[in-house]
Design a protein around this ligand. Structure first.
Ligand SMILES: [Zn+2]
Length: 483
C-alpha cells in the first residue's frame, strides 16, 4: 500500500471544488462554446419556459429570505399568488436604498444576505461590493454557484466577442471588493484557456508599465474601463512614442455607458484599431447585457436573468421601445437572492427578433444614464451622462466632462443653471468654435440650452477617476449647498 492510499481522514471543511455538482451545473448553464451552439440560439418560447422553471424555484428561496418575506407580506402577497413568471410584476420592486436600509437595521450584511457566519460552515462564500469610492459599500454575498456564474457569464460574453484559447487578455481592474476584475479573471482562466494579466488599475501598475507589459507579453485582448483606454493611448503616444494600434488587439471589452450614438466607441476604436464591445453589469446582477459582434443592441443574458423595463414613477412594466428603469431578477442567485431589483438605470428594449449573430436573446439600447442622478433644470429632466455624445462629437475634447448645477439669484429671482465643463486636449489645434458647437449639440440632444465652459486637459481629474477604481462623477449639484 502506498502513502496515498493509506486511510486518510475525511475532510469536513467546506471545500469549494466539492461544493458544486459540476456536471449538473454545466448541463443547466452550458460553458461558452456549448452555450454558443445551443442555448444562445433558443427561440423566445424556449427561453421563457426555462426562465419560468428557474423562477418558480427562486420564489421558494425568496419566501425563506427575511428581506423578501417581509416586503412581500407587507404588499399583501401570499405564496400561492405567484403561479408563473407571468405574475412577476405582482411582486414589489426594491432598489439599492432598500438594501442599505436593511443592512443598517440588520448589520452588517442585512436580512437579504441571510445568516452569513452560519452558512460559511458549510458553504464557501465570497463578498463583493460596488466599486465606487464614495458612500458605504453594499456587500453582496456569493455562494459557490453564484460565484461560479459570475465567471461563467463573463466567459460566455468574452467568447461571443471572440476570446479564444491562446489569447492573452489584460485586465486593468483591481481584484478587490469590486467585481469586474474577478469576473474577467475567472472567465479567462477557468473557462477560456486565455492568459489573464491581472495588472490592476493604473494605481497598482502604472499606465506606462501596463503598455510595456502588453508589448512584451503580447496582450491581444483587453477588458478595460473606456476612459482608461483613452488614457493608455495618450500615455503610449506621449511617453513611449508608441501607437497602440501596433498591438494588433483583437477587441476591447468595455462598459461604455450612455454612448447612444457610438461616438465614444468609435473614438476608442480609432485609437486602438480594433472593435470595442459594450458590456453592462453591476456587482448586484453580475453580467447583465452585452454587445455581440453584430453590434446591434445589447443582448440580455436571458437564460439566467429576467429583465423588465418599468416606468420611473409608477414602476409598471412598459411596452418594448419605451424608456424606463431596468428591473432585474437573477434566476440562479441563492446567497443574496435578487428578485425585481430596480437598478435605476435607464434604457429601452430595441429588438426581440433573431439577431444576425443567431440569438433571440432580447436586445436593449445602450444605457442612457441613471434615473437617480437625474437633475431637473428649469423643468427639463437631464441625465448628466446623456451629455456624452455631445462631448465626444468634437475630437478636440478629451471626452471628460462635469455638469455643475447652481442656483442663482438675480434681483430676487431664483434661477437654476447648469454649466457643462468640458476638457480640451493639450494638442488641440485651437479652441475656435468648440464652445458654440458643444452648446448647439447639447441643445439638440437634451432640448435645453446649457452653459459650456472649456477647461484644459486634466482639469477635471478629481472627478473623472481616470486610471483609478470607481466610476467617473458627472454631476456636481451645488444648488442646495448651505455655503
Ligand atoms: Zn447578436
Amino acid at each position: 500500500m502506498n502513502v496515498m492510499e493509506s486511510q486518510a481522514p475525511v475532510s469536513t471543511l467546506p471545500i469549494y471544488h466539492r461544493s458544486i455538482d459540476w456536471d449538473a451545473f454545466y448541463r443547466r448553464y452550458p460553458v461558452p462554446d456549448v452555450f454558443e451552439k445551443t442555448r444562445w440560439r433558443w427561440s423566445a418560447d424556449q427561453i421563457r419556459a426555462f426562465q419560468n422553471e428557474q423562477f418558480l424555484d427562486l420564489m421558494k428561496v425568496g419566501w425563506e429570505n427575511g428581506f423578501y418575506r417581509r416586503r412581500w407580506s407587507a404588499a399583501g402577497i401570499e405564496p400561492g399568488d405567484i403561479k408563473s413568471i407571468d405574475d412577476i410584476a405582482k411582486l414589489p420592486t426594491f432598489d439599492s436604498d432598500d438594501i442599505k436600509k436593511d443592512q443598517e437595521a440588520n448589520p452588517p450584511f442585512g436580512l437579504i444576505n441571510g445568516d452569513v457566519r452560519e452558512r460559511l460552515k458549510t458553504e464557501p462564500t465570497k463578498v463583493q461590493t460596488s466599486g465606487g469610492t464614495t458612500g458605504k459599500p453594499r456587500p453582496t454575498m456569493y455562494g459557490p454557484i453564484d460565484w461560479e456564474m459570475n465567471g461563467l457569464t463573463m466567459a460566455r460574453v468574452q467568447y461571443i466577442c471572440g476570446l479564444r484559447p491562446g489569447d492573452i487578455i489584460q485586465i486593468p481592474h483591481t481584484c478587490s471588493l469590486g467585481n469586474a476584475g474577478w469576473c474577467c479573471y475567472k472567465a479567462a482562466h477557468d473557462y477560456l484557456g486565455a492568459l489573464p494579466l491581472t495588472t490592476g488599475t493604473g494605481v497598482v501598475t502604472s499606465s506606462r508599465r501596463q503598455i510595456e507589459i502588453a508589448r512584451e507579453w503580447g496582450t491581444n485582448v483587453w477588458y478595460v474601463r473606456p476612459e482608461y483606454s483613452t488614457q493608455l493611448a495618450k500615455v503610449a503616444r506621449d511617453e513611449l512614442n508608441f501607437d497602440l494600434r501596433e498591438l494588433k488587439t483583437k477587441f476591447l471589452g468595455c462598459g461604455l455607458g450612455p454612448d447612444t450614438d457610438g461616438a465614444f466607441a468609435k473614438q476608442i476604436e480609432d485609437l486602438w484599431g480594433c472593435p470595442v464591445y459594450d458590456m453592462y453589469g453591476t456587482h448586484e446582477i453580475g453580467m447583465g447585457s452585452f454587445e455581440c459582434q453584430a453590434k446591434s443592441g445589447m443582448h440580455f443574458m436571458e437564460d439566467c436573468t429576467f429583465f423588465e423595463i418599468v416606468d420611473t414613477e409608477t414602476e409598471k412594466p412598459l411596452p418594448d421601445g419605451t424608456i424606463g428603469n431596468m428591473v432585474c431578477t437573477i434566476l440562479f442567485r441563492r446567497s443574496m437572492p435578487v428578485i425585481r431589483f430596480n437598478l435605476r438605470d435607464l434604457t429601452k428594449i430595441v429588438a426581440t427578433d433573431r439577431c444576425s449573430c443567431g440569438s433571440c436573446f432580447r436586445r436593449m439600447q445602450k444605457m442612457l444614464g441613471r434615473s437617480d442622478t437625474m437633475v431637473r433644470i428649469r423643468g427639463v429632466s437631464i441625465w448628466p451622462q446623456a451629455c456624452l455624445p455631445a462631448i465626444k462629437s468634437d475630437a478636440r475634447t478629451t471626452g471628460e466632462w462635469l455638469c455643475v448645477a447652481e442656483r442663482k439669484v438675480r434681483d430676487g429671482v431664483v434661477r437654476d443653471e447648469m454649466t457643462v465643463k468640458v476638457e480640451v486636449r493639450n494638442d488641440a489645434p485651437g479652441w475656435d468654435g468648440l464652445q458654440e458647437h458643444v452648446v448647439r449639440r447639447l441643445h439638440s440632444d437634451l432640448g435645453i440650452t446649457l452653459g459650456v465652459e472649456l477647461v484644459p486637459e486634466d482639469a477635471l481629474m478629481e472627478w473623472s477617476n481616470r486610471g483609478r477604481e470607481g466610476k467617473p462623477k458627472r454631476i456636481l449639484d451645488k444648488r442646495y449647498d448651505k455655503t
